[in-house]
Design a protein around this ligand. Structure first.
Ligand code: ATP
Ligand code: FE2
Length: 377
């Protein structure tokens, strides 16, 4: 007979509804689905609705993937915060009703720390973590009973920053992977502000700068369209009809008609954005390594899927003689498995809430990494 020591993990802080199942640190299921858009960013209530409509399907798929029955679940971990309140509520309500139904305890997990703890599967033991996701950008390391934030963004998270940049170019949400592809088309560096302040970074100035550059391009593009229309009217120029809304090739083609100073394409901007912002992130990660004296760097969060960021961090680690760890992509982006993984570690130390006391349990949309007492180490 199977012993029923399976831990379920539910993730719902933002765009992803994820369900993971682990047992003794072994991953048995990692199922998830994410809310996306073709245009525009994440709408919290829409994402919550998405979770409501998809949660059962994803849950049963996870049970199937792990090859277990509902009754084999021993405890249920969930992302308590930080995150978008409507999305967190969907996850917590799902967990509460499941806990009551199965008469099993609940383990509230901090989402950011789960991103860090899942790094253990890579062999990392006491890392400095560069945690780069949508809403969060932090350099975290363990010191005196807590995961401390040694550096962070002073304004927007790097993933949200990249998604905003993507939106300006007409790409939907999330934009990170598409921007990475676009950046690969250029090697032409356009100067952008480099804003490291001590161990922190700021990104809103870089975003404003990019926005201004894109608006200039659009203006040149529409002027050029008007000029061509006039010329066509006069019968002096025979050109084929072109679309006016967001064709990259249009921008590129028109770049030669602009002054030397504005001679860049969206690919140039994507490339330059990555170079400057990832250099900023690598710098603060290196500073934290120097400051803490630790010799392991761990990457986490969706932006860590970016191969250029990985390359920069790898070079930095090599130069410092420090170890570099990165989990696979499906554990870097939001997932229920990391929640189950940390949930199991906490559960084994007796951290749990009985299914009869769930009225005390609530979400923590603004919970900070260093608010959590790390009683399981
Ligand atoms: P948080 O941990 O703050 O709740 P999140 O819910 O937004 O974050 P993640 O799934 O960790 O979640 O990260 C999503 C972000 O990662 C998005 O902003 C997305 O654009 C970005 N991203 C994904 N792939 C890439 C890539 N290849 N390059 C850059 N950014 C990427
Ligand atoms: Fe995340």
């Amino acid at each position: 007979m199977k012993d029923k020591k399976y831990i379920l993990g539910i993730e719902s802080t933002a765009h992803t509804f994820g369900v993971g199942i682990v047992k003794n640190g072994k991953i048995l299921a990692n199922t998830k689905e994410s809310y996306t858009t073709n245009h525009g960013g994440i709408v919290p209530l829409e994402a919550a609705k998405y979770h409501r409509e998809n949660k059962d399907k994803i849950y049963f798929r996870a049970l199937k993937e792990a090859g277990i029955e509902e009754r084999d679940i021993n405890a249920i971990a969930f992302s308590q915060g930080p995150g978008l309140a409507p999305c967190l509520l969907e996850g917590m309500n799902f967990v509460k009703s499941l806990a009551v139904k199965l008469k099993k305890p609940v383990i509230p997990v901090n989402h950011c720390i789960a991103h860090l703890e899942i790094g253990k599967i890579t062999g990392s033991k006491d890392p400095v973590m560069l945690y780069v996701s949508g809403a969060n950008t932090q350099v975290i390391a363990y010191a005196s009973g807590k995961y401390r934030i040694f550096g962070e963004t002073l304004d927007i998270g790097v993933g949200n920053f990249i998604d905003s940049f993507a939106r300006l170019t007409g790409i939907g949400f999330p934009g990170g992977a598409k921007i990475e592809e676009l950046a690969k088309k250029s090697k032409n560096y356009i100067e952008l502000p480099y804003t490291v302040k001590g161990m922190d970074i700021a990104l809103s100035g870089v975003l404003t700068n990019l926005k201004q550059k894109i608006e200039k391009m659009k203006l040149s593009n529409s002027h050029s369209q008007i000029d061509k229309k006039l010329l066509r009217k006069k019968g002096k120029l025979l050109i084929s009809k072109q679309k006016t809304d967001f064709p990259l090739t249009n921008f590129k083609k028109l770049s030669s008609e602009r002054s030397e100073r504005d001679n860049y394409t969206l690919a140039d901007l994507a490339f330059s954005m990555q170079e400057i912002v990832f250099a900023m992130l690598t710098e603060i990660a290196e500073r934290a390594l120097a400051h803490t004296g630790k010799n392991e760097l761990l990457l986490g969060g969706g932006v860590a899927c970016n191969s250029r960021l990985q390359e920069m961090c790898k070079i930095m680690c090599k130069e410092r003689g420090c170890k570099y760890f990165i989990p696979p992509n499906n554990l870097l982006t939001d997932n229920g498995t990391m929640i189950a993984f940390l949930g199991e570690i906490m559960f084994k130390k007796g951290i749990k809430i009985s299914h009869t006391q769930l009225d005390k349990l609530d979400i923590k949309p603004r919970q900070r990494t260093d608010d959590v007492d790390v009683k399981w180490r």
